[in-house]
Design a protein around this ligand. Structure first.
Ligand SMILES: Cc1cc2nc3c(=O)[nH]c(=O)nc-3n(C[C@H](O)[C@H](O)[C@H](O)COP(=O)(O)OP(=O)(O)OC[C@H]3O[C@@H](n4cnc5c(N)ncnc54)[C@H](O)[C@@H]3O)c2cc1C
Length: 84
């Protein structure tokens, strides 16, 4: 039977989740990190500031709504490391 017991489950591999997992790992705990996105292979395009910041080529195409119902684009990247 697979050992699927974990002491800690971290959801999301952005700066918050990754820092937390890195800090907790030396404690010897079994840590499971769940990430909804995939790895983003390094390419010339994703090292191009125009593609990343101006064309937003890697951002999730989602619209969220604030508490007043006003729509906004959250600017998230659903991939390992997220916005970092
Ligand atoms: C364009 C842009 C530029 C920025 N520039 C800077 C900067 O120069 N300096 C700076 O300090 N900050 C900057 N920030 C802010 C910084 O990126 C955020 O503060 C930081 O990414 C927040 O980290 P986080 O781990 O809390 O969340 P996120 O980075 O949002 O990470 C969340 C992670 O969780 C994953 N996830 C979400 N839902 C699920 C789910 N249901 N199951 C599993 N995984 C899930 C996501 O895919 C993502 O990987 C910038 C942000 C943006 C958008």
């Amino acid at each position: 039977m697979a050992d699927n017991h974990f002491d800690i489950i971290v959801i999301g591999s952005g700066p918050g989740g990754a820092s937390l997992a890195r800090r907790l790992a030396p404690a010897g705990k079994r840590i499971l990190m769940l990430e909804r996105g995939d790895w983003l292979p390094r390419s010339a395009e994703n090292w191009d500031p125009r593609k990343v910041f101006i064309e937003s080529a890697y951002q999730a195409h989602e619209i969220w709504h604030d508490k007043t119902g006003t729509a906004f684009h959250p600017g998230l990247h659903y991939c390992v490391g997220d916005n970092s």
